[in-house]
Design a protein around this ligand. Sequence first.
Ligand code: SF4
Length: 366
Amino acid sequence: MLSMTNEEVKKAAAFFTREIEKLASGRSLRLMEVCGTHTVSIFKSGIRQLLPENVELVSGPGCPVCVTPNEYLDTAIAYSRKSDVMITTFGDMLKVPGSSSTLAKEKAQGSDIRIVYSSLEALEFAAKNPDKKVIFLAVGFETTAPTAAAAILMADETHLTNFYVLSAHKLVPPALRALLASGKSHVDGFLLPGHVSAIIGLQPYDFLSKEYHIPGVVAGFEPLDILQAVYMLLLQIHDQTARLENQYSRIVPKEGNPSACRILSQVYQQSDAVWRGLGKIPNSGMSIREKYQAFDALLNIPIIVEETKEASQCQCGKVLRGLLQPSNCLLFGKACRPEHPIGSCMVSVEGTCAAWYKYGAGRWQV
Ligand code: SF4
């Protein structure tokens, strides 16, 4: 697609839009885009407006910051209050409300919190600040987890004794299984995440078609990729079949990235994890293996964490399960806005509520 001219892109987009309309005619369909990057691309490019009204796109649990539960934030906040601790984190995490504070508020009150763009940067902070316990807030899916694992391996090799990871890494396929097993999130097809799939390959999604008879298409992030993936889903639905297809084969190999998977399983083991909105999902998290436990913040730095409370009226849990569109939350655009977020879905650039707020003009009224 990168080699297509503008004219060719327009022609292809017109073709997919026309065919989608024909294939969807006479039925109401709900497709879930699992990845937050898809959500943003869909809004930015106006794909929602291009699709017929009877094809509804709902967002799933694919924004890493959004699915991180309050309990994790409360723990990070408690750590940030310790004078010998430095917190290193991606910027998105700063404004996410915990039960009674945010990392941004703690930073304003003097906590040592540094924004980093990768786990390796956190490692540098540890090397330069031997008097501090440097904790990296490891949030994300299969895409970011390998770099955190690599940072742990590097810390081990270089004998860094003040680098720790507070792991909230999560695995996407078990969350999709939990969504479907709950029986509440009715979805006719999945747009599967390109970046995650580039690491894990296609096999972990086999259960979608085999056990639930739901079509899935791994999709790229350009608007034309997404339109083509929607078209591919609709062709399957029209033919009453369910397969796993790969629209993004230029980046996603069928077998994924074996070296990244090797690093992941060397450092992490699958464990149960709590997701905002979805609760505890078996084998959906990654905890640090015994061999590398010296780098596990929770096991090495004692902490007392406040009792977790959820913001009243925040409906992030439902938004993350595709049960509610953001504009149907009573707080959307009123008490809850990007400059004053009540829930995590309004904080992250990949959050559904933030995307609706920023790009949703014409589809909602405040
Ligand atoms: S609009 Fe705000 S309060 Fe409502 S679900 Fe979204 S983030 Fe939560």
